[in-house]
Write a protein that binds this ligand. Structure first.
Ligand code: UDP
Length: 335
């Protein structure tokens, strides 16, 4: 199959591309490189550096490559930023997603996988959270994903689109070649590993007065390779219908547990300070993935936080400056 992957130069998208290529698929990456990295794109994939705001560029990619399916990872994806800049999310994420879907419909592409988010569940009645939980977006970011989710059943009814919406909990870890490199880095695990590498003095814990066992927020960390495998399984399963899944490990870890695990994995002390709560953080978010296990046989291979942090540490200690060194080497080769 030929698959167009938007955001295939980003953290989760680039890992999915790696897995798609390993599974023998042909991949075209569509990415504006605003957050992604050229060096993260698997060399066997074709890279189109373009923006989803440019409908003509999407049409050009559809005409030139005639994909069988689209995986849509490209998006602004920071909860906190979306509270500061709502239109970046409510306008860009939604408009760009609609551009992509409209182009797909015009070109007869009828298979679609959406990266969605656990930020749909701001006030869960229970944890772990399954697909029957009421949807209450926690931010304009979550709302933008929900708006796209809500478009999909209409396109199914009107055009026969088959889709899967995959709601990730906290993507984490690295493959041997590809890891997490955001600028600025705001996610807990890479920040903790930057402290272990001596690049930051300490990690700030955002609040320890939550109603959790140690007072710090509890999250469900899921390995990018497990996310990638879920995409591949969901794509194959579209033959028998559209679907929506929550993707988590089913086990929560507190911020303090993440830091303690990183101390064990890295052998470094990792100093902490306790700061204020970060706006918009629910106390506990843990995913229940029983549905995708039951329907598609998906189960996380990296089930423990320790295993996830080990892969992240492996990548970060080999790429202490993220992809920067790889990108410099690549641009030297092209001179
Ligand atoms: N967190 C923290 N200090 C940091 C970064 C994150 O205490 O420097 C906490 C954050 O409040 C949340 C958890 O770690 O409870 C995971 O945050 P992250 O930004 O990695 O993912 P999110 O849960 O926001 O998707």
């Amino acid at each position: 199959m030929k698959i167009l992957v938007t955001g295939g130069a980003g953290y989760v998208g680039s890992a999915a591309v790696e897995h798609l290529i390993a599974a023998g698929e042909s991949v075209v990456v569509f990415d504006n490189l605003s957050q992604g990295h050229r060096a993260a794109v698997h060399p066997a994939a074709t890279l189109i550096v373009e923006d989803l705001a440019n409908r003509a560029a999407i049409d050009g990619a559809m005409t030139a490559h005639r994909p069988d399916a689209v995986m849509h990872f490209a998006a602004n994806s920071l909860v906190g930023e979306s509270m500061q800049r709502p239109f970046l999310y409510l306008a860009n994420n939604v408009t760009n997603g609609l551009n992509l879907l409209e182009s797909m419909m015009a070109h007869g592409v009828r298979r679609f996988i959406l990266s969605s988010t656990a930020n749909l569940f701001d006030r869960p009645a229970r944890n772990p959270i399954d697909e029957t939980e009421a949807i209450v977006p926690g931010s304009p970011y979550g709302e933008s994903k929900y708006m796209l989710e809500r478009v999909l059943p209409w396109l199914e009814r009107i055009y026969g689109l088959r889709y899967a919406a995959l709601r990730y909990f906290n993507a984490a870890g690295a493959t041997a070649e590809r890891g997490e490199d955001h600028s600025p880095e705001l996610h807990l695990i890479p920040i903790v590993l930057e402290v272990a590498l001596g690049q930051r003095k300490q990690v700030t814990i955002f609040g320890e007065d939550y109603p959790t066992p140690d007072g710090t927020c509890v999250r469900d960390y899921i390995h990018v390779s497990d996310l990638a495998r879920a995409h591949i399984l969901a794509l194959a399963a579209l033959e028998s219908g559209s679907r929506v899944y929550n993707l988590g490990n089913g086990q929560g870890y507190s911020v303090r547990q993440v830091i303690e695990t990183a101390r064990q994995v890295t052998g470094k002390p990792i100093p902490v300070e306790v700061g204020l709560r970060r706006a918009g953080d629910p106390a506990t978010l843990v995913g229940d993935s029983a549905k995708i296990l039951r329907e598609l046989g998906w189960k996380p291979e990296f089930a423990s936080l320790q295993a996830i942090v080990e892969t992240a540490w492996h990548w970060h200690s080999r790429h202490p400056n993220g992809y920067a060194a790889d990108e410099t080497a690549e641009s030297m080769r092209h001179q």
